[in-house]
Design a protein around this ligand. Structure first.
Ligand SMILES: C[S@@+](CC[C@H](N)C(=O)[O-])C[C@H]1O[C@@H](n2cnc3c(N)ncnc32)[C@H](O)[C@@H]1O
Length: 268
């Protein structure tokens, strides 16, 4: 058994809502299903609520990334008996996941993420999907809905396109505020993101695609023709088989890629 960490006052600026519900913790660990020999990385271990069952299931090997330096001594004490427990003290937003993988097996990344930085952190991780086998995160339920949305739904937007371009996204289950101390104001949910082995709709120029998607969703109430004015003409959209009077949230990833590939060909 590990020792208890010292008392710590939760810090809002680090998005600290610590998991306390042991039933929810077990459910998350079962969903992740860690195995010995895997390369498991936890973002934001905090006071070790997930760390402890994860490290046991993973056969003692776990790497964690924690920004709050006041939590580091507690983690060192709590997990001192595991020689393969590694603490990276720093900001996950600036962390080089591809370098961490190196030549080893792809990383399994998990975490009850700080909600104040969850979207930029996911975008950062999506840029490193080549190094990642899968990701399991606790997020605000609303962010999970955006990640897992389908075209045509109210939640379908830039984050959905970005995530689903790179990954299969599964919304697993909802977690109520009572599972945490302090309690967040909103419901949370667990999501699994599994990078595609082969991209279903590879774009000729992915940077151009994501620029185009950002512009297309500039104003959700406006039509594609209006949002993409100056970028692609209504005639070109029609020639690509896409009605320029459609709203951006009705377009599938394949349709966004069709427009982006047309622009890439024009620019070549
Ligand atoms: C929501 S708490 C989760 C803590 C713990 N895993 C749990 O479930 O109880 C988020 C954790 O991420 C840490 N954190 C916040 N910003 C971070 C960042 N940019 N990089 C790494 N860790 C961060 C916080 O200090 C905190 O430990």
């Amino acid at each position: 058994m590990s020792s208890r960490p010292p008392m710590h006052r939760a810090r809002k600026r680090f998005g600290q809502n610590f998991l306390r519900d042991t039933g929810i913790i077990s459910r998350i660990v079962r969903a992740i299903d860690p195995r010995a020999g895997e390369r498991l990385v936890e973002i934001g271990p905090g006071q070790g609520a997930l760390t402890e069952p994860l490290i046991e299931a993973a056969g003692g090997a776990l790497e964690v990334i924690e920004l709050d330096r006041d939590l580091i001594p507690g983690l060192r004490v709590q997990f001192f008996q595991y020689p393969d427990f590694v603490i990276h003290e720093g900001d996950a937003l600036a962390f080089d996941f591809a370098a961490l993988r190196g030549d080893g097996p792809a990383l399994r990344v998990v975490g009850n993420l700080p909600y104040n930085i969850s979207t930029p952190l996911i975008v950062h991780l999506l840029e490193a999907t080549g190094a990642i086998a899968d990701m399991h995160f606790m997020l605000q339920k609303e962010v999970v809905e955006r990640l897992a949305a389908e075209p045509g739904s109210t939640h379908w937007g830039r984050l959905s396109v970005l995530a689903q371009y790179h990954c299969r996204v599964e919304s697993l289950f909802v977690v109520p505020p009572e599972a945490f101390v302090p309690q967040p104001k909103v419901e949370s949910a667990i999501v699994r993101l599994t990078p595609h082995a082969t991209l279903p709709h590879p774009a000729k120029d992915p940077a151009l695609l994501f620029d185009l998607v950002r512009e297309a969703f500039g104003q959700r109430r406006k039509t594609l023709r209006n949002n993409l004015k100056g970028r692609v003409s209504a005639e070109a959209l029609e020639a690509l088989g896409i009605d320029p009077t459609r709203r951006p949230q009705t377009l599938s990833i394949e349709e966004f890629v069709r427009i982006a590939d047309h622009l890439a060909e024009e620019a070549a």
